[in-house]
Design a protein around this ligand. Sequence first.
Ligand SMILES: *[C@@H]1O[C@H](CO)[C@@H](O)[C@H](O)[C@H]1NC(C)=O
Ligand SMILES: *[C@@H]1O[C@H](CO)[C@@H](O)[C@H](O)[C@H]1NC(C)=O
Ligand SMILES: *[C@@H]1O[C@H](CO)[C@@H](O)[C@H](O)[C@H]1NC(C)=O
Ligand SMILES: *[C@@H]1O[C@H](CO)[C@@H](O)[C@H](O)[C@H]1NC(C)=O
Length: 481
Amino acid sequence: MASWPRALPALLLGLLLAATPRAHSTEPGLVGRITDKGLEYAAKEGLLALQKELYKITLPDISGDAKVKHIGSVNYKFHSMEIRGCELHNSALKPLPGQGLSLTISDASIWARSDWKVRKRFLRLRGSFDLSVKGITISVNLLLGSEPSGRPMVTASSCNTKICDVDVDISGDLGWLLNLFHNQIESKFRSLLERKLCEMVQKSVASDLQPYLQTLPVTAEIDSFAGIDYSLTGAPRATAQILDVMVKGEIFNRNQRSTVALLAPVMTLPEEHNRMVYFAVSDYVFNTASLVYHEAGHLNFSITDDMVPPDSRIRLTTKSFRPFIPRIARLYPNMNLELQGTVVSPPLLTISPGNLSLTPLMEIEAFVLLPDARRESVFRLGAVTNVSAVLSFNTSRITGFLTPGKVQLELKESKFGVFNVELLEALINYYLLNNLYPKVNEKLGEGFPLPLLKQTELYDLVLQTHKDFLLLGANVQYTAD
Ligand SMILES: *[C@@H]1O[C@H](CO)[C@@H](O)[C@H](O)[C@H]1NC(C)=O
Ligand SMILES: *[C@@H]1O[C@H](CO)[C@@H](O)[C@H](O)[C@H]1NC(C)=O
Ligand SMILES: *[C@@H]1O[C@H](CO)[C@@H](O)[C@H](O)[C@H]1NC(C)=O
Ligand SMILES: *[C@@H]1O[C@H](CO)[C@@H](O)[C@H](O)[C@H]1NC(C)=O
């Protein structure tokens, strides 16, 4: 039996492995990248939001005793203070590797007004003063994480405020009195404001930014049948110049979700960037769609004689098959046939630079429709085709379009021995081109939504194809309400 100390390392290792979140070994299907340019824009928009919050700051009354030269101790109270104006000029949002983002607001100014009262025994004096606060710097770290539900999470930590300059302008006949303890007013306001500004930022992060980030859809509806899972696979990752948000990007059956047996590829995003945001969408996203639509039978098809165009050289009747399978017309005189097709396995999209393609393998089984409504299988064909895909996106959705190549048929099994299947190729090509592909393309044309925060719009769109993924780049516009 292993003794405790000897078994301990193995035990710890076991615990460690068990505790390692699965997310670590799971590649995201989609990565949202926010570049320095995007962060710059976010900082600018954030500043406007903070400016509104600043006006909402309520400053508590300040009271105390002060020693005044020649007069002695007086009791003072500053009350009914309000922020009259503010200017926030500069803000910077920078990645904070391993944590999230650091937000710095610098060179900000605030103007406030307050009433004052001074009491000294029977003496009662009152008036007001204006306060001008300049050179304010607020620095706060925004820690980014993900909730178990896969929603993004942000918390403010280590807030610091520095105020360079506080100016008090006292009006009223007896302003001289306050001038006597000017320094005290300044220092009281400085520390009060420094505390209040950080409280304001922290509150705004918790009550504005966090709910806003949570408008990122964790699942989005594609249609009545499928949805896409945009939950985060881990905390957003900050590196020197960018912030990456990794999401699952798995398309699933909304009525019956099952585990996906596909792995997302490792995506190596290019370093260079000149847009605010990028979305790297791997083949995994499209292939999970292929999986669920295939599994639900949306890629099964059936061809009957009424679908064959009138000018076709061949019809789905045993009579029409007589020239190349004489026995079929003899065994099943004057009967119709039905071709039942299925895509053998979910067709997987291959993305490579300049080329998107898939090679669906199909199987087509031919049945003779007997007079007593039974069906009898008579031969089976294998079908293969190269399909090229075009994917594109607009301000909100990724869409696709397939251009089919010619189908090549191969006889797999036959009750009547070998026959020339080429005659059936035209028929099947006609059906696929006019029925199956338009149906699939209609679906792909509706596309699926991109994971976007509320009130954001994309413009200046660019699209690149890389090995195993598409890279969509765009600038963002926040459309405030
Ligand atoms: C699609 O067709 C195949 C072959 O005929 C069949 O095995 C499968 O059950 C069908 N799928 C659905 C959902 O109908
Ligand atoms: C794209 O890929 C398919 C399948 O791999 C191939 O048949 C086709 O020739 C390629 N086209 C181009 C333009 O590279
Ligand atoms: C598909 O493309 C490959 C490579 O370009 C080619 O060898 C093959 O013959 C094509 N198949 C069909 C059915 O067109
Ligand atoms: C984006 O494409 C989808 C699907 O084609 C379409 O429904 C939508 O209206 C388009 N949006 C814009 C803003 O053009």
